[in-house]
Each structure stands twice: as structure tokens, then as C-alpha cells.
Design a protein around this ligand. Structure first.
Ligand SMILES: Nc1nc2c(ncn2[C@@H]2O[C@H](COP(=O)(O)OP(=O)(O)OP(=O)(O)O)[C@@H](O)[C@H]2O)c(=O)[nH]1
Ligand SMILES: [Zn+2]
Length: 201
């Protein structure tokens, strides 16, 4: 295995959440192969204060995270993670992998196809992409750079859990996220279930 070049670049305090009332720290990094600007949000100094912090690996979704779009559940999952970590501490790895790695404009093209009846994964294929183009080595490297070696992971996606096999990070436990059903995202959530996500419907 090639040693990771990822290192912490800067770390600074800020408050986050809907009322900007949750104490956290944001961490930037150097050394990513992809040059994407992934960041970590750390609550209650969980990287150094806890043996097994709760971790959420969250891929960027501008439409969901910022605008709380009706099409997906990303913003609600992010809020859920912030609320949980405000109480118990934890680490959000916010990965700049918009649209499962295809980028924002391509995701909007995929939305056009979804409006014509394709599901979220079929739309990616029709555009010439893989169903999911993300790679998560950066998440392992960020945790290693933070000297975190054991985690509980907040996800319903088995592919995110699988990345910890043969990695320096021990996955202690998976904590499922809630199902955030909205008037427009049922088919998106059903497609995730069909592709193997473990959802507590
Ligand atoms: N290509 C594509 N990407 C989408 C669509 N809807 C949401 N996304 C992207 O899907 C990703 C969702 O990421 P996450 O919430 O981290 O993860 P997940 O794979 O759903 O798994 P969980 O950990 O269980 O939430 C984000 O990058 C979104 O931008 C879609 O219709 N098409
Ligand atoms: Zn989304």
C-alpha cells in the first residue's frame, strides 16, 4: 500500500447548524490525489478526546445540503449528523464528490432524465457514467491524518462500510441514519434501497 500524503493543513473553530449554535472545528488538508477540497467538521474534539468517535462520510450535494431540495435526503442527513454530534461529539468528513462523483451540471442532466422516468442510477448510466463514481480512499486518509484509528459509522450505504476492510481504520459499529421521506424523494430512496442501501423504512 502506498503511504498516504494527506496531512492536516489548518484547523479553526466555528459554529454550525441551523442556528449557528453548535461548536465545531473545520479542518482542511493537503495531499489529496484529486486536488478536491474535502474538509472535516469535528465536534467536541472527538478526534483526540474519543477512542471511537462517530463519523459521517457525507458526499457534497449542493441542491440538498444548501437548498434542501425535495429530490433527495442529503440535507436532512447532514442536519441529523450535526444534531447527533452536537450532543455526543463526532466527525463529519464532507467530501466534494457532488452527484456521486459526476459533478453538479451532470447531476442536473441526470435530474432531467429522472423527470422523464429513469431512476437515479439508470440516469447516470444513460449519461455514460457509472452508477456511482465515488472513491472513498480520501476518507481513510483524512481519518489517518487526524490520528483516528477506530470509528462508529453513520450510514445506510454498505459500500461506505466496505472501505474499512484492509484499511488502518477499524469499523466498530454502523449506525443507520433515519429515512427522511419527503413528498418528492420516495423514488430516490426506493432506488437506493434497491441498490443495497439498508434503510429502516
Ligand atoms: N448522480 C446523482 N447523484 C445524486 C442524485 N441525488 C443525490 N445525488 C448525490 O448522491 C450523493 C449522496 O451522498 P451521501 O448522502 O453521502 O451518501 P449515500 O451514498 O446516499 O449514503 P448514506 O451514507 O446512506 O447517506 C451526493 O453526492 C449527492 O449529490 C441523483 O439523482 N443523481
Ligand atoms: Zn442530495
Amino acid at each position: 500500500m502506498i503511504p498516504s500524503k494527506v496531512e492536516v493543513r489548518a484547523r479553526v473553530a466555528l459554529k454550525v447548524g441551523k442556528q449557528s449554535h453548535v461548536d465545531a472545528q473545520i479542518v482542511s488538508f493537503t495531499g489529496f490525489e484529486s486536488h478536491e477540497e474535502h474538509v472535516a467538521l469535528i465536534f467536541k474534539q472527538a478526534d483526540s478526546a474519543q477512542d471511537c468517535p462517530l463519523v459521517r462520510i457525507h458526499s457534497e450535494c449542493l441542491t440538498g445540503d444548501v437548498f434542501h431540495s425535495s429530490r433527495c435526503d442529503c440535507g436532512e442527513q447532514l442536519d441529523e449528523a450535526i444534531d447527533a454530534m452536537a450532543q455526543s461529539g463526532g466527525i463529519i468528513l464532507y467530501l466534494r464528490q457532488e452527484g456521486r462523483g459526476i459533478g453538479l451540471y451532470n447531476k442536473i442532466d441526470a435530474y432531467v432524465l429522472q423527470s422523464q422516468g429513469l431512476n437515479t442510477f439508470e440516469a447516470n448510466k444513460k449519461l455514460g457514467f457509472e452508477e456511482d463514481q465515488r472513491e472513498f480512499q480520501c476518507a481513510i486518509d483524512m481519518l489517518s491524518a487526524l490520528n483516528v484509528s477506530k470509528i462508529d459509522l453513520m450510514t445506510n450505504n454498505p459500500k461506505k462500510a466496505a472501505i474499512f476492510a484492509n484499511s488502518p481504520i477499524t469499523l466498530n459499529q454502523i449506525r443507520q441514519t433515519h429515512v427522511h421521506l419527503k413528498h418528492d424523494n420516495e423514488s430516490y430512496l426506493k432506488a437506493k434501497t434497491d441498490s443495497g442501501h439498508k434503510m429502516n423504512w
